[in-house]
Design a protein around this ligand. Structure first.
Ligand code: SF4
Length: 254
């Protein structure tokens, strides 16, 4: 089984961001010369203290735009980027990654907030972020979590979607894509996954995805899109179903 590797080392050169492992970090000059920094915030959660620092970074009349992945994007002049990166660290914030890793995890408010919710969403988003932030993957990988079938996060439109069921369990979809020329819904692969089984199951999906994309490198061609759904189309859904079953049947995880 392919071992997942992580790399959150990147450098801001004063002109651009560089990362040896190929992960694209969310610091980029825009068409108007302003630099955008997307801040990692699983489930879109920030504390008041963190919000205050974001406001300090952009200044009184500066702009913070929310992205559809529930992460704030700071718009600042290039010369302020170095200082902004230091200010983010003081309140435990990290730059989000855009490509070749797990994107900012989207989650609805879930248990404790929404009266409809069947289970935890924000705690799970945090756990998944801790487990997989900076993991090197064949393409970008989106995870969405909804607390009930009203499905405010649109879990089927993510590479991996989780929806809370009653009694602390979750349903899992894989292979969705919300954007691009061919958006698609993911496929329901498993119901009844317990909260504590989710990290090992997602880990195995990422390992299987990485291993299968490596095998398909020649077939997909250099620079080809190796999104999860492309890999699923080539390998077949059963390969992933089997990998998930193996984890769920492992006595340590069971
Ligand atoms: S998906 Fe359900 S739990 Fe989550 S915000 Fe929407 S209604 Fe509430």
């Amino acid at each position: 089984m392919t071992e997942l590797r992580r790399d959150d080392n990147f450098q801001w050169t004063g002109e651009e961001v560089e990362c040896a492992s190929g992960i694209h970090w969310a610091i980029a000059e825009q068409a108007n010369g302003i630099v955008a920094i997307i801040v990692n915030s699983p489930g879109g959660i920030l504390t008041g203290k963190q919000m205050r620092v974001l406001a300090e970074i952009v200044g009184e009349d500066g702009v913070i735009k929310n992205t559809r992945r529930m992460a704030p994007m700071l718009l600042i002049p290039k010369e302020k980027v170095g200082a902004a990166l230091e200010q983010l660290q003081t309140v435990g914030l990290r730059v989000a990654n855009l490509h070749k890793s797990v994107r900012n995890i989207a989650a609805c408010p879930g248990k404790g907030f929404s009266s409809n919710s069947r289970g935890d969403t924000l705690g799970l988003a945090q756990l998944l972020d801790e487990a997989f932030y900076g993991t090197i993957l064949p393409w970008d990988f989106k995870i969405g979590i909804s607390g009930c079938p009203r499905n405010c996060t649109g879990v089927q439109c993510n590479d991996l979607g989780l929806m809370a069921e009653p009694r602390g369990k979750y349903s899992l979809w894989i292979g969705g894509s919300e954007a691009g020329m061919s958006p698609k819904h993911g496929t329901l692969v498993q119901k009844g996954i317990r909260h504590e089984q989710i990290i090992p199951v997602v880990k195995r999906i990422l390992e299987t995805y990485t291993a299968e994309a490596e095998k398909l490198e020649g077939e997909l061609g250099e620079g080809a899109r190796a999104k999860l759904y492309h890999v699923l189309e080539k390998t077949g859904f059963e390969r992933f179903e089997q990998a998930i079953e193996e984890v769920l049947n492992n006595p340590v995880v069971k």
